[in-house]
Design a protein around this ligand. Sequence first.
Ligand SMILES: [Zn+2]
Ligand SMILES: [Zn+2]
Length: 215
Amino acid sequence: MFRDYSFLDEVKVCPHCNTTMSCCEAPPIHIGDGLGWGSEVMFICLNDYCPLFLKGWDHIESKYGHHASYRYMELPKSKEGNVMMVGNADAFKACVIDRDALRLQNERYYKEKEAKEALATCVEKHDLQPPLTLILDDAVAKDDRMLALEVLEKLNDLSCIDPLRNHKFRDPSVEFAVGQSLDRILKANYKKECPHCMEIIKLQAKKCMHCKEEL
Ligand SMILES: [Zn+2]
Ligand SMILES: [Zn+2]
């Protein structure tokens, strides 16, 4: 969505009111303006008590004779101060970017990318984490999760059972496939799950060693 995400970690403070500036999507460029800001986002002081904004109304009224004011603005990675003319207090407030949400989305994306890359080597490293990350993330494409399941079966490690059993899968077809994989992993280890307490027990057990129920 953005070409450069470094604005996610940038903090800017308005020199007029000392409050943290909001990060907004830059308005679309109008050909008539001659030039755009050359940035996808801009930092704007949206504090309604900012002295620049409060004094701007009278200033513009007396100078240009119309009803508007200024908001203080800086571009990312720049300390140069600019002003944006606004016709009301709500201007730009709808364009504020939810940076926390975007940061999480970004982290999720890179976690998925890393896990996919690690699938190729995780069997030899005996690392359960990459396939588990992909299978447990409901935002990952189904094909990738199925591929991760194949790798998980190759790892043949019973410690994958708990995290997968405890996950609430949004896609029932993925949940079904996971269940089948887990059955195969249990069988390959000569184990089964107790139908009463779900603890892992020996395949041939007649009585559960955890809940003592007869099987
Ligand atoms: Zn301010
Ligand atoms: Zn049991």
